[in-house]
Design a binder for this molecule. Structure first.
Ligand code: 13P
Length: 261
């Protein structure tokens, strides 16, 4: 099955609201059509409202990096699903490794966020991936199974269609060390097999699974040409409109659209 690629830029804690506007203006003036792939920007919370207004007439989707699972309440510092929707968000990350390892999000917390996102018509991107120690101890598949099991608890096949999974090996994030296309393909094929076993073959075949971890223009094409990799979740290389556009162009060209988007 041919799945539509998703190219997502996760800006993490980078760019003020003004810098976000400058990026979007430059990006939209260069990159006009995405006939064959979806493009998503995930700026910090403080940029979302402005980004939502600037992107409202474009084909670029908007996402948030995290959220609380409750609708409102005494949760100092937290942001609710409804607040993200009001800014124009379409997607939200759940369980990014920096949320798991720096802020302590457990699989249970991630699962609650996933359900809350779906209840609010936000499409969650469930992030999974092993640390270097876990890979070296041959634990990659066990870790992925645990994160999928915990993150997707209570999700049925119908809900699965609105979820994206991102495989981000922690050792490849922000390190410049990318998983080889074969390593990324093997882990993502394992995830797809897991989905087939726990849901069914058509649902698993339709699911978009992204790779993230030091994706840049130089390696984007070889990663995305793998059969099970349906796009990229990009940190550092998404902060510059030109390098982000080059990664989108690589995805487009593999879909048979050769003109730069
Ligand atoms: P880098 O592309 O900077 O390695 O970050 C990857 C990532 O964590 C995207 O969510």
């Amino acid at each position: 099955m041919k799945r539509r690629p998703l190219i997502a830029g996760n800006w993490k804690m980078h760019k003020t609201s003004q810098e976000t506007q400058e990026f979007i203006e430059s990006f939209l003036s260069d990159v006009t059509k995405f006939s064959n792939c979806d493009v998503l920007l995930i700026p910090p919370f403080t940029s979302l409202d402005r980004a939502g207004r600037l992107l409202s007439e474009s084909h670029v989707f908007l996402g948030a990096q995290d959220m609380h699972s409750e609708a409102s309440g005494a949760y100092t510092g937290a942001i609710s699903p409804g607040m993200l929707v009001a800014c124009g968000c379409d997607f939200v990350l759940a369980g990014h490794s920096e949320r798991r390892y720096v802020f302590g999000d457990s699989d249970d917390v991630v699962n609650r966020k996933l359900h809350a996102a779906l209840e609010n018509e936000l499409r969650p991107i469930l992030c999974v991936g092993e640390t270097l120690d876990q890979r070296q101890a041959d634990q990659t598949e066990v870790v992925l199974e645990d994160q999928l099991d915990g993150g997707l608890k209570g999700i049925d096949e119908r809900m699965l269609a609105d979820i994206v999974i991102a495989y981000e090996p922690v050792w490849a994030i922000g390190t410049g060390e990318t998983a080889t296309p074969e390593q990324a393909q093997a882990a993502i094929a394992f995830i797809r097999d897991w989905l087939e076993m726990h849901f069914n073959k058509p649902a698993a075949a339709a699911m978009r699974i992204l790779y993230g971890g030091s994706v840049k223009p130089a390696n984007a094409r070889s990663l995305q040409s793998q059969p099970d990799i349906d796009g990229a979740l990009i940190g550092g290389a998404s902060l510059d409109p030109d390098s982000f556009a080059q990664i989108i162009a690589a995805a487009q060209s593999l879909q048979g659209v050769d003109d730069p988007c």
